[in-house]
Every structure is written in structure tokens, then in C-alpha cells.
Design a protein around this ligand. Structure first.
Ligand code: ATP
Ligand code: MG
Length: 395
């Protein structure tokens, strides 16, 4: 990604790993949305032992990705490169390309404890949580300095690519698909916030929403996820981490993390889907760099929302549908986190929108000429180290 977008907010390590989840015991069972999350383990050994995923050797993953061939790179992020690979679906042993089960192998390429911490958090959460809208972690590799993660392969890649990449491979998403993806991602977040999981995701953005062949959305990347507050606590205190453009203002200002921080990020992503614009884009004219700031006045005015809707959508949406989605994103973006809806309420609103659409509402009188907006192809994203704002307790 270019400097225009997706700059990651990270900070150096602080606090002990064991400060999290004190007093909880270890469980081996994997959790589905229908059951409750087992107590989360504390130590690295316990996390790895209790994760219901396979431990791969480095050589197995090297073979399954054909020696991490450059032409099998699916994408690159701050953690490292993601490669396509093949394993036998029963034994999980490396398989010939084109046979067995397709996997995505994420290979850490950065040194230091932050990478290890994110790797471990991923195994910790995805090793226990299971839901149709979370990507499946198949396994991991921990060998000397090597840290890898093995996921189910998501054939349609990330929402980011579909919204912002301009190539024959990525056609503009239709209105109905955008709403389907929004609903799926909202369900994933709602599950994380539910009593079954009680997790704050902390890095909700378009590149972390992956799509299967039917455009079912699945959240990936739990490296920054945190256990939600317990007891009568209203928030968890953290160092500020996440991605600029998506992080909630009160979280950036105080380090106080709540589920409503995720709701804000969801509002940003919904706005990106409605507008086809990136959360931050320095290639835009002055005054339009920050999507939320630019779009806010239009979102609150029913007659002016056409100004922010993606021209590539043409007249695919109903006026009422567009207004509802815009109003929902505005609500999620409320400055006061208490005025933001819960993710359950977001799911209900999007579900209703989808039901209304499938019942055949009238299309809008929006201009139907769908002139593609020239959108720059982003280069690799950059991670930034940001100094902590104050003496927040843990990352
Ligand atoms: N399971 C998967 N199946 C298919 N493609 C994937 C999978 N996981 C990741 N990718 C691709 O690899 C890209 C890089 O993913 P990664 O999570 O490492 O970085 P990112 O989300 O782009 O950035 P960041 O490190 O800031 O989170 C994704 O955007 C996606 O295109
Ligand atoms: Mg990611």
C-alpha cells in the first residue's frame, strides 16, 4: 500500500503476556458459534497445546508452497507474505499443486517480539473460535526463528482488492454483493463481541475481510485482538494499535478499548463500501484525504448522499436502501461511542436491508452511467511504530 493508505499503528511491546487472562484454565476444545468459549490459556505452551489446529514443520510448508515461490504470493501485509499452497485434506501432508486442499500460508518476515506476539494471538484466538464468518486457521509452524500461519484459502481474496484494485480480475462489486459482504463481516464482529467470545477485534479494515467463492465474508488477522473487559469494567486499557483511518477517535486519544471501537471501524469500512474510496487517501484533492471527515456532512443529508456513493454502482441500489446504509454508517461513526449501535443492531439493520432488497424494492433514480473512478493501485503497506500515549497497561 502506498503511504496514502492503511498505515498501521503499532507500538513496542509492553506488559507481560501472562498479565492477560489470569486465573483461567486451559481447554482443548474448539468452539463454534453455538457453544461458549473455553477459558483462554495464559502461557505460550498452553496456547499452542490448546489450539485445535495442526502443528506443521517448516519443511512441510516449504514443500506445500513449492519453496515459497514468488508467483504463488497471494498478498503481503505488515506481518509478511502470504503464499498459496496445497495439502492432503486428510493427512495435511504437503500435496501436489492442484490436488487436495488449498491453503494460504502466512510467513512472518519481521524480527522481534511484536511479530511473535501477533502470531501467538492469532493461534490463541483462531485456535479456539469457530464461526462461519471467521477464517479457519488450519495450523501453524513454530521452528527456530520461523513463525508461519496456515489458513483455509479464500478464493476471492480480500475486500480491499475488490473495492480498490483496478484489474480485469477484480470487477467492481455490485450493490447487493457489497451489502452481503457488509452483513457477513458484521456477523463476524457480532459473534466476537457476544458473550460466547467477548473479544475486541481491534483491526477491522477491508484487507482483513476475506471472501470465499460465494462472497461470504470472513474475518482474518487476530494479531491485535484483545479479550474484552470483564466484570464491571467498561474498557480495556491498551497501547494504541491498529490502522490509521479505522481506529476510533476516543481509542486513539485514550487507549481505552471497547467493542464500540470495532463498531467505529465497521462504520469506516461500510463507508468505504458505499463510496468506493479509501479511508485515507492522500492522492485525493485537499479536503478529501480523510474519508470520514469528507463524507460526514453528506451522510447526514438524505438528498446529498448521492454525492458520496460510488459511481461504479450506477443505479443498482434503491434510494431508501442507500439512505439506510449511509445512516447506519453515520451512526457507527458517532463521536460519542455510546451513540454507536451494537454489532447485533448493525446485523439486524443490514439483515432488514437485505430482506427488503430481495423483496424487490424499486431502484433509485441515481445516475445510471457507471463511469469507473480512477483509483491508484496501492503499493505495500507500511507499519509505523507509534509511541504509547500514556502509561496504558498492556498492548
Ligand atoms: N486465507 C487467505 N486466502 C487468500 N488470500 C489471503 C488469505 N489471507 C491473506 N490473503 C491475502 O494476502 C493479503 C495480505 O494479508 P495480510 O493479512 O498479511 O496483510 P494485510 O491485511 O493486507 O495488512 P496488515 O498486515 O496491515 O493487516 C490479503 O490482503 C489477502 O489478499
Ligand atoms: Mg490482514
Amino acid at each position: 500500500m502506498g503511504n496514502c493508505c492503511g498505515t498501521k499503528i503499532t507500538s513496542s511491546d509492553s506488559g507481560s503476556k501472562s498479565a492477560r487472562r489470569n486465573g483461567l484454565s486451559v481447554s482443548r476444545s474448539r468452539v463454534s458459534s453455538a457453544s461458549s468459549v473455553p477459558p483462554t490459556p495464559r502461557s505460550e505452551g498452553e496456547i499452542l497445546q490448546s489450539a485445535n489446529v495442526r502443528s506443521f514443520t517448516f519443511n512441510e510448508l516449504k514443500t506445500s508452497t513449492r519453496n515459497f515461490r514468488p508467483d504463488s504470493v497471494l498478498g503481503e501485509g505488515g506481518f509478511g507474505s502470504v503464499f498459496k499452497g496445497w495439502i492432503d485434506e486428510n493427512t495435511f501432508a504437503p500435496a501436489r499443486p492442484g490436488t487436495g486442499m488449498v491453503i494460504a500460508v502466512k510467513k512472518l518476515n519481521q524480527e522481534g517480539f511484536q511479530g511473535h506476539r501477533e502470531w501467538l494471538a492469532e493461534v490463541n484466538y483462531l485456535g479456539q473460535l469457530s464461526h462461519p464468518n471467521l477464517v479457519k486457521l488450519v495450523g501453524y509452524c513454530l521452528e527456530d526463528e520461523q513463525r508461519l500461519l496456515v489458513y483455509e484459502f479464500m478464493p476471492r481474496g480480500s475486500l480491499e482488492n475488490h473495492l480498490f484494485r483496478r484489474s480485469s480480475h477484480f470487477q467492481p462489486l455490485s450493490w447487493n454483493l457489497r451489502m452481503k459482504v457488509a452483513l457477513g463481516a458484521a456477523k463476524g464482529l457480532a459473534f466476537l463481541h457476544s458473550d460466547k467470545a467477548k473479544v475486541i477485534y481491534r483491526d477491522f479494515k477491508t484487507s482483513n475481510v476475506l471472501l470465499d467463492s460465494n462472497y461470504n465474508a470472513k474475518l482474518s488477522d487476530f494479531g491485535l485482538a484483545k479479550d474484552g473487559p470483564t466484570g464491571d469494567k467498561s474498557h480495556v486499557s491498551t497501547r494504541v494499535m491498529g490502522t490509521y483511518g479505522y481506529a476510533a477517535p476516543e481509542y486513539l486519544a485514550t487507549g481505552h478499548l471497547t467493542a464500540k471501537s470495532d463498531v467505529y471501524s465497521f462504520g469506516v469500512v461500510l463507508l468505504e463500501m458505499l463510496s468506493g474510496r479509501r479511508a485515507l487517501d492522500k492522492n485525493r484533492p485537499a479536503g478529501e484525504h480523510n474519508l470520514v471527515e469528507w463524507a460526514r456532512p453528506y451522510l447526514s443529508n438524505k438528498r446529498r448522499i448521492f454525492r458520496i456513493l460510488d459511481a461504479r454502482l450506477g443505479g443498482q441500489y434503491s434510494l431508501a436502501g442507500a439512505q439506510t446504509a449511509a445512516a447506519l454508517s453515520l451512526q457507527c461513526l458517532s463521536g460519542d461511542s455510546k451513540n454507536r449501535p451494537t454489532m447485533d443492531q448493525v446485523v439486524a439493520a443490514l439483515q432488514q436491508l437485505q430482506d427488503t432488497t430481495s423483496n424487490g424494492q424499486q431502484r433509485s433514480s441515481a445516475p445510471s452511467s457507471a463511469h469507473p473512478i480512477p483509483i491508484p493501485i496501492p503499493s505495500r503497506r507500511r507499519r509505523l511504530s507509534a509511541s504509547p500515549l500514556s502509561s496504558h497497561s498492556s498492548a
